[in-house]
Design a protein around this ligand. Structure first.
Ligand SMILES: Cc1cc2nc3c(=O)[nH]c(=O)nc-3n(C[C@H](O)[C@H](O)[C@H](O)COP(=O)(O)OP(=O)(O)OC[C@H]3O[C@@H](n4cnc5c(N)ncnc54)[C@H](O)[C@@H]3O)c2cc1C
Length: 382
């Protein structure tokens, strides 16, 4: 496939938030060789590189991006039945994630059904260990094939080498690591590894994996850890997500977001008690009378807990629909999503980041907790 290089391409049209200035160079790369060649050439000349998927987890500055944007456009899904009821599914980085989930559900492959409706491309799913409704890709990823910019070679990383954690991975953490050009890479927001393909191990099973998310289990009429037909789980997840503006819909301005803007903070018991004390003080009640929602942060977290960022934001005075200056606002359907309701040409990136900063500072002042952004910021910082 011939490569077309375009100049001064507005990135607002390539992000779900609809914000961001122009890329100096923009390339649609339809093969692995094209992706690698573009990234390698840019690295050789010291030009910043941004690898772009569906743009659903990106906040690009109004100034745009001063280097090369490599838009991943590779395709291909192959399945390989094993002998133990498992099926290996290898997917090219440029495949649409939700179409891939839909296909697996239709083919009776269980393990990613709760990840229905998440926008973006398959190649981006390992970057922040995409997760929703009690599932994360780290549970089914077997290997990630990637171009290693540091060693200038293609590598295959097994699951254990991917460094998966809550909304993070070795891929996300490697931004700014390579060749000591930290400043350029931090601006580029793409790390050491360019994902070329992801291999999943799914079960051939008409039923879902055990449903561990209360709201979803209730909707399906299941007890905790119960299982339901794959198509039912997908339909229930999509319905729940639509109600929160978390499925892209051109007719719904509340979906013009980057999903959740902040991760749920992980707190130790002392920090939780402090939040409880501050929440009580706000309402003039005793600490014991106020209950702060929290749930276990997971294995290896030493008893620490996650507190819903949405609860902290609401309690700090930022409700659904809260308007920032300049057109950006909190979604009317979900406190965690910041939206640009007008789409490209509506709110500026600066005003959206300004709203995020206002919320972050308000939560810090009210509860002493530092919220961390989930989307990747390109040329901007909170
Ligand atoms: C409405 C909505 C709902 C969402 N719901 C969820 C949710 O439930 N759970 C969740 O986890 N996320 C959610 N998200 C966030 C987002 O959809 C995911 O993070 C998604 O995986 C991003 O994919 P993308 O292709 O759009 O990546 P992009 O936004 O294009 O890129 C994100 C980052 O990954 C890097 N990147 C992308 N592709 C590659 C690659 N091939 N190799 C190396 N680096 C790469 C980019 O350089 C950038 O740093 C939601 C977003 C929206 C808009």
């Amino acid at each position: 496939m011939a490569l077309t290089v375009r100049e001064q391409v507005s990135l607002a049209g390539y992000t779900t938030l609809g914000v961001g200035g122009p890329a100096a160079r923009f390339i649609d790369a339809g093969t692995d060789d094209q992706i690698i060649a573009e990234v390698r050439d840019a690295d050789a000349t010291g030009e910043p590189v941004l690898v772009l998927g569906g743009g659903s987890n990106l906040v690009v500055a109004d100034e745009g991006f001063p280097g090369t944007v490599v838009h991943v456009a590779t395709t291909g899904v192959s399945t390989d039945p094993g002998h133990d009821g498992g099926v290996t599914v290898a997917v090219a980085a440029g495949e649409d994630w939700d179409r891939m989930v839909e296909r697996c559900v239709a083919e009776g492959l269980s393990g990613i059904e709760c990840l229905s409706g998440i926008p973006g491309l398959a190649g981006a799913t390992p970057i922040q260990n995409v997760g929703a409704y009690g599932q994360e890709v780290s549970e089914t990823v077997v290997a990630v094939r990637a171009y290693d910019r540091l060693r200038d070679t293609t590598v295959t990383l097994a699951n254990a080498e991917c460094g998966f954690g809550y909304r993070t991975s070795a891929f996300k953490r490697s931004v700014g690591q390579r060749r000591g050009r930290a400043a350029l890479d931090a601006a580029a927001a793409t790390g050491r590894f360019v994902v070329l393909g992801v291999t999943f191990r799914l079960s051939r099973d008409p039923l879902s994996a055990p449903v561990r998310y209360g709201e979803l289990a209730r909707m399906l009429g299941l007890g905790d850890g119960g299982r339901a037909p794959l198509a039912d789980v997908r339909a229930a997840v999509l319905a729940l997500r639509r109600g929160k503006g978390m499925v892209l819909d051109p007719a719904d301005p509340d979906t013009r977001s980057a999903g959740s803007f902040f991760t749920n903070p992980v707190l130790d018991r002392g920090q939780l008690a402090d939040v409880q004390r501050r929440a009580a003080a706000k309402t003039g009640r005793a600490a014991g009378e106020v209950s702060v929602p929290h749930f276990p942060a997971g294995d290896g977290q030493d008893g620490r807990v996650k507190v819903p960022a949405a609860w902290l934001i609401e309690q700090a005075g930022f409700g659904k629909g809260y308007p920032g200056d300049g057109g950006a606002r909190i979604s009317a359907k979900h406190t965690l999503a910041l939206v640009n309701p007008g789409g490209p040409g509506g709110a500026s990136s600066a005003s959206l980041v300004g709203l995020a900063r206002e919320i972050r500072d308000g939560v810090r002042q009210a509860f002493g907790v530092d919220l961390v952004n989930e989307p990747v910021l390109v040329g901007a910082e909170l």
